[in-house]
Design a protein around this ligand. Structure first.
Ligand SMILES: [Zn+2]
Length: 551
């Protein structure tokens, strides 16, 4: 998802007050509900999801849904209590295993099912959960999450869900924790009034027609991110193309409301350009078997796996604006580029705990400037990512608190992008950097990972000591600051505001020429053959700098 930038500016002042009032700026209170939602409880740990078979009928007039989810799972160790998540006001109607109705007790949104069948290690079992209700209505999708019920200009229903953050359990019952994805994929069968179409993840396998309804059966072949599972219902027109990609022929399918066909056909030409740039930087699109789809929805957009949703009004920028202020943000459709990049970072490489969500948003925000780099060159990409810095708050660290479903600061976007851009400068070898980005997607293909795993991978493959770098930029809010002074034919410089183990070279522009130095907290002197008339830190490094008088 995209950060809620404009509303955020409006609440910025009140946020500052809240921060001011907090004596411990990073401390946050968490509840038992947060722990049940965000941790791998004993009732979750013993079973591994292998497949979801989700069937849901959608009733637009009543704004309700009803369905079942049959969960296939492997027993990792014997246990007889199973946690299933489904958020109120949605209701579990019954739970059945091998024909027997099971009892369960509920603690808020977590439901503990008492299994009767003996759960033997390594056995694969199934359990079906029947559910119904009126799912939470999203007031400002995609940020608050839930269902959006709208109509198009012809009065036809236009419905979609978005539930990053709040979670998939806002509408369907599952193990709602990012660490466990269904290894063999998922079937999503959505029943809707027959004059409408549903587009969900994966490939369309079957359409079952009845008197007044159609059921759209979508098959997902790969492990899928729960929050990425989606329903998009509307009076769609559809067209497609085959993209000759790194792994062969990739189906790219597009769906927009009938009234937007002409605009869609023009704007969605950016999708294959996106594919070209990101396959170059990150390696093959991670879900060839499931295809790539771009689908119009009644909200801004979301990285639904293999089914990117779109509501950016068929214009460039972020709702027509450039978040960087550099001008480059108007060269591409923010939602097509950003949400699609999440196929690599969020859907292919997924955080095990949302505390590490910078892996999703940092790399994806960074990908916007790699898209620019590919089509407009390095200067454009630098200006764009540097321009985004004005949105960084440095209010709390990028890494949030583990096991309580808590992501870090909204800085996971712009600061995340800038530290990756900074690291590219340090590595100073673009081909090596590209191979690291591709290597991440290959090594962690279809996996859920921790930030630590990503950090270690980059450290190993860059050959640099990065522990201090990661701790400084991900786990603290301190921005390394370079103090320097010009004196005749020399400059003196040192770091302040750094963690004890932080190290990173920076590039000075001295009389317009690049000079790489390795500052520490001790003053160092660099001598030149000519008088130093001007010196400044190259802007590509996300550090602060201060020219001071004689130190
Ligand atoms: Zn995003």
């Amino acid at each position: 998802m995209k950060s809620n930038f404009y509303p955020r500016v409006q609440i910025f002042a009140s946020l500052l007050i809240v921060l001011f009032l907090c004596t411990q700026s990073f401390a946050q209170e968490f509840t038992r509900t947060d722990t049940l939602r965000g941790s791998i409880t004993p009732e979750r740990a013993w079973w591994d999801v292998t497949y979801y078979n989700l069937k849901t009928s959608v009733h637009p007039a009543a704004k309700t849904i009803r369905g079942s989810n049959t969960i296939s799972y492997k027993v990792l160790k014997p246990h007889n209590l199973m946690q299933i998540d489904l958020q109120v006001p949605m209701k579990i109607d019954s739970i059945v295993q091998e024909g027997k109705r099971l009892s369960f007790s509920s603690e808020g949104d977590a439901h503990f099912v008492r299994l009767q069948k003996k759960q033997k290690k390594n056995r694969e079992n199934q359990i079906s959960i029947y559910f119904s209700g009126a799912p939470k209505v999203a007031k400002r999708a995609p940020w608050d999450g839930g269902f959006t019920w709208k109509t198009d200009s012809n009065g036809k229903h236009f419905i979609a869900n978005a539930n990053q953050g709040i979670g998939a359990s806002v509408w369907w019952p599952l193990k709602d924790h990012p660490a466990d994805e269904p290894d063999k994929g998922m079937t999503i069968s959505i029943t809707a009034p027959k004059d409408l179409m549903d587009v969900s993840n994966g490939k369309l396998a079957e359409v079952i027609e009845k008197d007044s309804t159609k059921t759209w059966v979508w098959k997902v072949e790969n492990p899928i991110n729960a929050y990425g599972v989606n329903v998009s219902i509307g009076d769609y027109v559809h067209w497609s193309e085959v993209y000759p990609g790194e792994k062969g022929a990739l189906n790219m399918d597009y769906y927009v409301l009938r009234e937007n066909e002409a605009k869609g056909k023009k704007q969605f030409k950016q999708a294959p350009l996106m594919m070209e740039a990101f396959e170059h930087w990150f390696g093959p699109y991670p879900f060839y078997e499931d295809g790539y789809k771009l689908v119009e929805v009644p909200y801004l957009g979301m990285e639904h796996q293999s089914c990117v949703t779109y509501g950016n009004h068929f214009e460039n920028g972020y709702l027509g604006r450039d978040l960087s202020g550099s001008g480059w943000g108007l060269k591409f459709d923010f939602i097509i580029i950003h949400e699609s990049a999440h196929e690599w970072f969020a859907n292919n490489i997924t955080n095990k705990d949302v505390a590490d969500m910078w892996i999703h948003e940092g790399f994806t925000c960074y990908s916007e400037n790699l898209f620019l780099d590919y089509f407009f060159g390095k200067q454009a990409s630098s200006e764009y990512v540097i321009g985004l810095r004005k949105n960084i708050l440095n209010d709390s660290p990028l890494i949030g608190q583990y096991n309580v479903n808590s992501r870090g600061s909204s800085d996971i976007y712009y600061k995340g992008a800038n530290i990756l851009h900074t690291l590219r400068q340090w590595i100073d070898n673009d081909e090596k950097w590209r191979q690291i980005l591709r290597g991440l997607n290959k090594t962690f293909y279809h996996q859920t990972v921790s930030s630590q795993q990503v950090e270690n991978y980059i450290e190993t493959h860059s050959g640099l000591y990065l522990k201090g770098f990661w701790d400084q930029y991900l786990r603290s809010t301190k921005i390394p600051t370079i103090e320097f002074a010009i004196k005749g034919k020399s400059i003196k410089y040192r770091y302040t505001n750094i963690l004890p183990h932080f190290e990173m070279p920076v590039v000075f522009l001295v009389n317009g020429k690049e000079v790489r130095v390795e500052p520490t907290i001790q003053w160092q002197v660099k001598n030149f053959e000519e008088e130093v008339k001007s010196a400044k830190i190259k802007e590509d490094f996300y550090v602060y700098s201060a020219e001071i008088g004689n130190p």
